[in-house]
Design a protein around this ligand. Sequence first.
Ligand code: GLA
Length: 387
Amino acid sequence: MLEKIRQEFEKRFGSHGDIRAYFAPGRVNLIGEHTDYNGGHVFPCALTLGTYAVARKREDNKLNFYSMNFESRGIVESDLNDLVPTKEAGWTNYPKGVIWAFEKRGMKLPVGLDVVIYGNIPNGSGLSSSASLEVVTGLALKDLYGFDVSMIDIALIGQYSENNYNGCNCGIMDQFASAMGKKDNAIFLDANTLEYEYAPVVLEDAKIVIINSKVKHSLVDSAYNDRRNECETALKELQAVVDIQTLGDLTEEEFEAHKDAIKCEIRKKRAGHAVYENQRTIKAVAALKENDVETFGKLMNASHVSLRDDYEVSCEEIDILVDLAWATEGVIGSRITGGGFGGCTVSIVKNEAVDNFVSTIGKAYAEKVGHEAEFYVVDIGDGAHIL
Ligand code: GLA
């Protein structure tokens, strides 16, 4: 693949000079959903799918972007004096946002760049194609211009640009997983302190399978921001009666004891999800360390129920996939993954049951929904790196 992207680069921008290549992965979250911006824990892993960038510094101020995923757009031209989000800039708002955020941190690019991007994460699947684009841009800037910035900072800069340049108030999970992933490991991250630990995912007799529902409902970003606001209000209400910084500070018992301080049933459900999901994530990682995959699976199932009923970020198509998975032989656990309102499910499936899982659910989903789902057996890959 890399060879093809390099050739495309040379075709568009010429073969002279110091051309370099980078990769940043997408992610799948195993458990800990909508907890990151609530001061809780997440447990994602990096995929081997992701975004490639082939780039070279220029001698002037121009920024030239070309994506092999949006060929019809051709080269999108801009320059370093034009770091303002616009509709016309389309997908280039992501790399431009990262350049803008680097500048905000005092890392101003002395000259522009030419870059060709190619991503193999299915569009709109909720597997973090935008975070991987932000992180691959950050890594390219670090390497091309020699900026002294850590991979964790690249993740934070990516999140900052998404929040402040691209208008989605996302948490840190996706960029962190893309920047810091490790082959065959998931990352147990405390999103409040950014303390993290790698946990080997050795499922001897099972596989992680992602199903892409191939639906993406509109209003994803606005509904996401709504959930955040509801949780922030609930936190303020709780802070009137208990000394906490985030919802992640509460155990289930503490939440039950104080939840009546939240003056609205919907906000109570939202905050309850954040508290219980955080505790489920801590328990799930402990179970995995004990090799207790059954318990891990049960916690995944409970996570789905809570995201469906209390956090209300699932949708009909995703619930169909999860219900089908729960009814299929050899499934240890299954849930929605990512921001929600479409996208993907993640399941743990016994090795010998995978073929049947794919064919049975594939057929039933197509019959019920009217289009096919896509299945990927997950390989956990490394975080962003220079190629
Ligand atoms: C999106 C956001 C993440 C996280 C998840 C939900 O992927 O980018 O920060 O909040 O949704 O867990």
